[in-house]
Design a protein around this ligand. Structure first.
Ligand code: Q5B
Ligand code: MG
Length: 302
């Protein structure tokens, strides 16, 4: 079974806050992003870049660490790359991605930096946030623009602003209507490109009920994980994205009965009155791969 890299949570830590940078990895997020974009005011861009550089080069972290740079069309984007690539983050998260050419451009800069600093070629990955209608239109082009691409994400706050609306709340049927199409298109683009899809942050730390509804919705839409802003959100998101024991047991039963069917030269069988054929098998394998990555399941003999 392929052990997938889990990215159920991708937590932002503001790059100008040394306390957050130092502790961000201890709370159990699957991935952490040191941010020098929107959480850092213009007056603090240089000092944040320096703090992030020092954190990456001097501290040890127990999870994957990415850096969200400013977009390359801003006065800081190229300097962020020049200053921070030598610190070898696990990945660069480009915000407000709009075209495949931008990604190719950044890919070339990373390739050069890897060679200059003796890093393994291809070791620094890319994750891109889609935050505008233009980015959404080019989502597949972006997702497939470089072999470094590990995920595309939706930046829901900026996307809602770009389409001139507000983020709505409600249950998993009524909340998030404004992002419904964009979220699905991002999942489709990610799947076509064979990379992960990461949902946006939920900004109200007091409203756990809506957070749970939103995570359930995006899991159902096909996302692999969700960006977040605070350690309190991690367990809530992990609980939804980690298969339950009941789901693991059912997935195992699906695979077992399907093997029996194949042994009898049949591609279809019933389990508890439900038809089981190849799509159900693919979904069961995915449940077990996620459970395996989360450390709650081990296939016999592995
Ligand atoms: C919101 C708040 C100020 C609340 O702070 P508070 O201190 O009141 O929180 P508390 O719960 O009291 O903290 C308890 C303990 O955890 C520590 N702690 C808290 N947060 C931590 C953390 N993130 N990392 C490590 N440690 C943390 C804290 O230091 C304390 O430690 P200690 O004192 O030792 O007990 C804080 O969380 C925070 O700054 N979050 C990150 C905000 C940020 O980066 N925004 C930009 C990214 S979104 C965006 O840009 C939109 C987007 O682009 C997104 C997309 O693209 O997806 C789009 O368009 O949608
Ligand atoms: Mg944003």
């Amino acid at each position: 079974m392929v052990k997938e890299r889990l990215r159920r949570t991708v937590m932002y830590a503001a790059g100008n806050n040394p306390g957050l940078l130092q502790n961000a990895a201890i709370y159990g997020a699957d991935s952490v992003i040191f941010d020098v974009e929107d959480s850092v005011a213009v007056a603090e861009k240089d000092s944040a870049r320096e703090l992030v550089y020092h954190a990456l080069t001097r501290l040890k972290f127990s999870c994957e660490i990415g850096v969200r740079i400013n977009h390359i069309s801003t006065p800081w984007g190229y300097d962020d790359l020049e200053y921070l690539l030598p610190a070898k983050p696990d990945y660069i998260r480009l915000p407000k991605g709009e075209s495949g050419d931008e990604i190719k451009n950044i890919d070339a800069i990373i390739t050069k930096a890897e060679a200059e600093h003796g890093f393994e070629a291809g070791s620094i990955k890319l994750m891109v946030s889609i935050e505008s209608p233009k980015g959404l239109r080019n989502a597949y082009e972006i997702a497939s623009a470089s072999p470094r691409m590990i995920a595309i994400a939706i930046g829901g706050e900026d996307f809602a602003a770009a389409i001139k609306t507000e983020k709505t709340r409600g249950n998993s049927f009524t909340g998030g209507r404004e992002l419904f199409v964009a979220r699905s298109m991002i999942v489709f683009a990610a799947r076509e490109a064979g990379i992960q899809a990461i949902d946006s942050v939920f900004s109200d730390l007091r409203d756990e009920e809506t957070l749970i509804n939103e995570v359930m919705l995006v899991k159902e839409l096909g996302f692999d994980g969700k960006s977040c802003i605070n350690p309190r959100q991690i367990d809530i998101i992990h609980k939804v994205f980690t298969p339950s024991l009941k789901e693991v047991e059912y997935a195992q039963r699906v695979l077992t009965v399907f093997e029996d069917a194949l042994a009898r030269n049949s591609g279809v069988i019933t389990l508890d009155g439900k038809m089981i054929d190849m799509p159900m098998v693919i979904r069961a394998e995915r449940v077990l791969a996620n459970a395996c990555a989360a450390g709650i399941y081990r296939k016999e003999g592995t």
